[in-house]
Design a protein around this ligand. Sequence first.
Ligand SMILES: Cc1ncc(COP(=O)(O)O)c(C=O)c1O
Length: 482
Amino acid sequence: MNLFLTSNNADIKQYKNILGQITEEITKAFCDDKAYSGLTPQELKEIIHENTILPEKGLGWETVLQKLKEKILPNLLRTPSTDYMAHLHGPSLIETIAAEAIISTFNQSMDSWDQSPVATEIEVETIHNLCTLYGYDSTKSDGVFTSGGSQSNQTAIILARDWFCNEKLHYDVKKYGLDEKCSKLRMYTSEISHFSMEKSAHILGLGYKSAVKVPVDKNKKMDLTALRNLIAQDKKNGNIPFLIVATVGTTDFGSIDPLKELAQITTAEGMWLHADAAYGSGVIMSQKYKSRVAGLELCDSITVDFHKMFVMPISCSAVLVKDGSTFDALTIHADYLNREEDEEDGYTNLVDKSLQTTRRFDALKVWTSFQMRGKDGWNQIINTSMENAAYLYEKLYNDNSFAVVCKPEISSVVFRYSNGKAELCDEINKKIRRKLIHEHGIVIGQTVSDGRVCLKFTLLNPLITHEKLDELIVLIKKLAEQ
Ligand SMILES: Cc1ncc(COP(=O)(O)O)c(C=O)c1O
């Protein structure tokens, strides 16, 4: 029985056979440009149900391949389709799929050097390059790959909390845990920032109360006057401001908080500034638009997601830190894994910086794709997606049937069909999205802004054209009027 790819000829044959067949079937599944087959949840349940997925005797590869072909592949969301524009979730660049094959075939684990020798060195080098790209002093900065934006944010918040407790409160929170004073710690983030802020505050034992939500202005950016007032009020009440989290690309609108002004506040107040650039980190690749994310280099830490604007396979994210020594918060030595004597001899054990122990070699995707496409290729990908958003905004803005929430700074456009009474239009917008999925295989987003149901186009895919967007506007109007 063949188990793994080894140097044995039968294993090599089986590996090539299975991967060859699956590559063939995957390509056949892209039979049209539709994003989805249109099946309902109930229909899917009926199709995929088996009495057991663990039969007494194995069915063998050919039978399972047949099931994959019939039941699963046709009903997967085809993320590369230009009919898919719902979330901050995109297709996978072809070269990064090749990197994924290497990642899972060799199954390196990034916790210790002896589980990932060259992979560790590639991650270190990739992080070094990323720190330079985002404007950090590469001799002091550092970073680590994570499972996604949520974990990158959580890591940054832990580092900020521990740094603040050590430096400002002269209290070793890592050793002694939360004390009375820690319950007074406060972090500030916009009311439309990602929920991983509250979640992290809860996981850190600080509770939701410590994540103070700051109102946004009409462009969906953090309101600086409100922020200053909230900090002043908290200080007056005996609370301790320690962190501001700026969102560089809010989940729904792509709006960017004012980084330079926020950096002035954190410097004056002795606080940490984290940039949740899970979405907007890609903008740095655009020569034309990178000034929109100017100020990232002023932040103490940055979340960079490669499985959003950078269109790489899930999972792929990194957290970068201006002062790498703050990773001490996460370092703990285990005799079996990250021995101090090995580290003194130049063996890097990346577990020292990570919330995870066993961890994927996701850095390979960035290393591969950055080199293959270069600055030029990346500039084109990001510009196209941002310019599509600008085009769509203009079209909707100039059409009386629609109201657009705000001018896009990145690649998301939030709008609503607004030709009628507000409550009725809420229902019409919901109906439009459902009909698009089930009758047309087109998947767009839905959210709420100022209490009203809105539709959302998240234009990460650079294959989307202006013609495509024109056609969609016509279709949406037709569905609204049905
Ligand atoms: C602004 C922002 N931050 C963080 C996240 C969380 O990222 P992930 O889903 O990779 O955990 C998201 C997800 O959409 C996001 O939009």
